[in-house]
Design a protein. Structure first.
Length: 312
């Protein structure tokens, strides 16, 4: 894509009037530039900062660590974002438009794990909505859902003869903001069935703190699903990596598989011992893909798997 004029040119010129050289020894100039960039862009990436500041990526990471310790920014996978104190889950409509390409690839990779005649649980989320589309090539699966949009989509496919399995909706108190059921009634209902696989959507995944959710009711229901399933599979795009939300869902020792659009940070290796990590990335046109022919505009994905280490 052709790049236009850098809208931050005036910012750079004010800092690089003399020349673009190494920042001063203690990095204060570089850190100030980082904060100004965040004010304009909201998010910055480590490689881009290293190039702009003419320093190593290790120096950039040190700057980001120091700024985070001062509560001036929040480090995320691959860079940093402006510090916010938003503890609320984005609405259903806002989530629907965020990182859809990544979620579609994750959904496609998740569907590859589903076998004919499986009983599966789908957590609420736009990622699991993407997964549903790729289930159409499966036979005789039972899908258990808590999401009203997921239920509607499945009913529509069934009425059109595009799926032949059973649909189960988990009853309970309706969350009108997020169009899903949750609460004690839903948890009680979940105790009446057993599933082969539970696909859970994470609001945050953290090396030390595990899998978390904004909503305690949703988090408790997710734990109930884990107890009723033979396998727990967590879906999380790159924006969830390094994030910690209000309610703890699971430790890594309780998770069988994570599916993301990127591989985990190298420093997470020991924390993830015993947990398989699958990264779904786009394929070149020459690569083969087993996307069901009934799907509109299939996207080809490549699945990269990190070797699973046995738990001690």
């Amino acid at each position: 894509m052709k790049q236009g004029k850098d809208p931050l040119a005036s910012v750079w010129s004010s800092y690089y009037a003399k020349e673009t050289t190494k920042t001063n020894e203690n990095g204060e100039e570089g850190k100030q530039i980082i904060l100004n960039l965040l004010r304009f862009q909201g998010k910055i990436r480590t490689p881009e900062l290293a190039a702009k500041l003419d320093v190593s990526t290790e120096s950039v990471r040190r700057y980001l660590e120091e700024l985070e310790s001062e509560n001036k920014l929040k480090r995320v996978y691959g860079g940093a974002v402006k510090m916010t104190f938003d503890r609320e889950e984005p609405s259903k409509f806002k989530r629907k438009v965020l990182r859809m390409d990544e979620k579609r690839r994750i959904g496609r990779a998740a569907a590859e794990l589903v076998q004919d005649k499986d009983v599966i649980i789908l957590d609420d989320g736009t990622t699991t909505l993407q997964l549903i589309e790729f289930l159409l090539g499966k036979s005789g699966i039972t899908v258990i859902v808590v999401s009203v949009p997921a239920l509607t989509l499945l009913i529509d496919y069934k009425n059109k003869g595009m799926c032949d399995g059973d649909i189960v909706f988990v009853g309970g108190r309706i969350n009108a903001t997020h169009y899903r059921t949750s609460g004690s009634l839903a948890r009680h209902f979940s105790e009446t069935f057993h599933a082969d696989k539970a696909f859970l959507v994470a609001d945050g995944i953290h090396a030390d703190l595990g899998v978390t959710s904004y909503d305690d009711n949703r988090g408790l229901l997710s734990r109930a699903f884990m107890r009723q399933s033979s396998q727990t599979i967590v879906l999380a795009d790159h924006s969830k990596i390094g994030e910690n939300r209000f309610c703890k869902i699971a430790d890594w020792s309780e998770v069988d598989i994570i599916i993301s659009d990127v591989m985990p940070p190298p420093e997470w290796e020991m924390k993830l011992e015993g947990t398989e990590w699958i990264a779904a990335t786009e394929l070149a046109k020459t690569e083969r893909s087993q996307v069901p022919s009934t799907l509109p505009n299939p996207r080809k994905v490549q699945v990269e798997v990190r070797t699973k280490s046995p738990r001690s």
